[in-house]
Design a protein around this ligand. Structure first.
Ligand code: FNR
Length: 385
């Protein structure tokens, strides 16, 4: 067992184990990848204030997200094709999240279906992320399936009406399951552990879609259908309709602008996620940690503000919480753990982040995450220019 002390250790292992097409799918952003890089780099610019001779005993990172008790203010972000980083990936990540005591969010574009994840976690409530497609009958059925599976929040993603371009996915000919071209076969030959695990599962396609939409009999037509189906006309009227149909806790994901944050409040949503989709949509947009303070200032008293993008350590979590985020989501940090070692890798990622969060909080002179605010940050290092 390799020694793992950071998320970077897991990334390196995942790169070795996961076929290039799927590793690149995770570890990439759109166009120049400038926003993708800024998400991580901007966290480093914010500095912490060390305090000493403060009693550091009896520390707690426990808090709530959307009224739900969480072991730390971290949730697993929805990521498409997670079951291609590791066989049955969504079930394994959901189990790790359940055991750790944090929310897991399942993507519409998952490999394991809503029902698979519910069964694989003994019906432990998880959150479901919805992409809005033109086929509203299908969307209604998806919402109903999420309700039937005991999902306790709906995360409605608003920043993917159209798809940002990731050059690597085009070059790699990304497909699910992978088309067996010569370069792909040569690469798979170096990833035998992944192949072996994948042969042991039946879940190798988009589980929420395949078999649930008429006319989708094979992967080729499914890929075409997906590209055609994301609804470019999505608007706030649709948000209202979805809120009504769902009837439970609603989180709006992909907010970056104060004006949109105000519209999110008007929509009656319970929370919003400041997010640029991990730098995968509008390249050239500011990092999430950069966008967070102005949104918290504008609407933080009216709605729960969450964030994601570039979180690779517990220190990043602490900085986001200090700037007003009630919760933080991890996408790639989870995917690297999963790709590296399956469920144990996701657990390891959560342990790494938790330990860093706990120790950093203590160095800043706090013992309870609920008391963390801007005063732990060095003035002048935030908000970012
Ligand atoms: C995503 N993200 C995403 N978001 C969403 O709402 N539905 C989805 O299906 C996906 N799919 C997806 C796949 C992969 C490979 C990545 C990396 C990301 C975005 C995700 O929820 C989250 O916003 C980012 O991952 C946050 O950034 P970090 O933590 O990955 O830096």
């Amino acid at each position: 067992m390799p020694v793992i002390t950071t998320i970077e250790d897991l990334r390196v292992l995942a790169k070795k184990r996961v076929p290039r097409m799927f590793y690149d799918y995770a570890d990439s952003g759109s166009w120049t990848e400038g926003t993708y890089r800024a998400n991580e780099a901007d966290f480093q610019k914010i500095l912490l204030r060390q305090r000493v001779a403060v009693n550091m005993e009896g520390r707690s990172t426990r808090t709530t997200m959307l009224g739900q008790d969480v072991a730390m203010p971290v949730a697993i972000a929805p990521t498409g094709m997670t079951g291609m980083q590791h066989a049955d990936g969504e079930i394994l990540a959901a189990r790790a999240a359940k055991k750790f005591g944090i929310p897991f969010t399942l993507s519409t574009m998952s490999i394991c279906s809503i029902e698979d994840v519910a069964a694989g976690t003994d019906n432990h409530p998880f959150w479901f992320q919805l992409y809005v497609m033109r086929d509203r009958d299908f969307i209604e059925r998806l919402i109903d399936r999420a309700k039937a599976a005991n999902c306790s929040a709906l995360v409605l993603t608003l920043d993917l009406q159209i798809l940002g371009q990731r050059h690597k996915d085009i070059r790699n000919g990304l497909s699910v399951p992978p088309r067996l071209t010569v370069p792909t076969l040569l690469n798979l030959a170096t990833k035998l552990g992944w192949c072996f695990d994948m042969l042991g599962t039946k879940r190798r396609n988009f589980g929420n879609i395949f078999g649930h939409v008429k006319g989708i009999e094979n992967m080729g037509s499914l890929a075409e259908w997906t590209a055609k189906q994301f609804d470019p006309a999505l608007n706030w009227g649709d948000v209202e309709w979805i809120k009504k149909r769902w009837g439970g806790k609603l989180i709006l994901k992909g907010i970056q602008d104060v004006e949109d944050a105000r519209l999110a409040v008007d929509s009656g949503a319970d929370a919003l996620i400041v997010s640029n989709h991990g730098g995968r949509q509008l390249d050239g947009a500011p990092s999430s940690i950069n966008s967070l303070p102005s949104i918290v200032e504008a609407v933080g008293h009216q709605i729960e503000v969450h964030m994601d993008g570039g979180v690779r350590s517990g220190q990043d979590v602490l900085k986001a919480v200090a700037l007003g985020a009630k919760g933080v989501y991890i996408g790639r940090s989870m995917l690297y753990g999963l790709g590296a070692m399956g469920e144990a890798g996701v657990t390891r990622a959560l342990e790494v982040i938790h330990k860093e969060l706990d120790l950093t909080m203590a160095f800043c002179g706090r013992t309870d995450i609920n008391t963390v605010d801007k005063s732990i940050l060095l003035p002048g290092t935030y908000p970012l220019p």
